[in-house]
Design a protein around this ligand. Structure first.
Ligand code: HEC
Length: 122
């Protein structure tokens, strides 16, 4: 039994190390993908935020980055590789978008759990 642990322990540690670096990789990409940060428009954790406020003939206006915490990986891959009015097109690989997605999922774990719980009880 002892022997088995000695064999498995490095594997376990390696697995964890790999996961942490995947999270950090996603964090890094979210903060600075191709030079324009997602967080500038979608907030620190993807919750969305006001990009800029201005006044025009209709009065006070605000330009907002949407809440992307509940978006699926597919949504994210599509959005990041498409043209939008405001959001830049990024040309990120699927692996890079997956890292961003996993980062947001992990970072918003509690929020997302509460969301699914309150959804299933109703
Ligand atoms: C300059 C601001 C800006 C930046 C930077 C930006 N976004 Fe967006 N994003 C928007 C806006 C605004 C929308 C709403 C659609 C539109 O009109 O462009 C949007 C839409 C989206 C959507 C579509 C789904 C939804 O709920 O609206 C996803 C997913 C998304 N962004 C993810 C990202 C990720 C990931 C990054 C970084 C790689 C990023 N965005 C960077 C402004 C931005």
């Amino acid at each position: 039994m002892r022997r088995l642990w000695m064999l498995l322990l490095p594997l376990l540690l390696w697995g964890q190390e790999d996961f942490i670096s995947h999270y950090e990789y996603g964090e890094m990409l979210y903060a600075n993908p191709r030079g324009v940060s997602c967080s500038q428009c979608h907030g620190k954790s993807g919750e969305g935020q006001i990009i800029v406020e201005f006044r025009d003939i209709h009065g006070k206006q605000a330009l907002k980055g949407s809440d992307i915490r509940k978006d699926s990986l597919d949504d994210m891959i599509k959005s990041v590789n498409n043209y939008h009015k405001i959001m830049p097109r990024y040309y990120l690989t699927d692996e890079e978008v997956k890292a961003i997605y996993d980062y947001l999922q992990k970072k918003n774990e509690v929020y997302l759990e509460e969301f699914t719980e309150s959804n299933t009880t109703q």
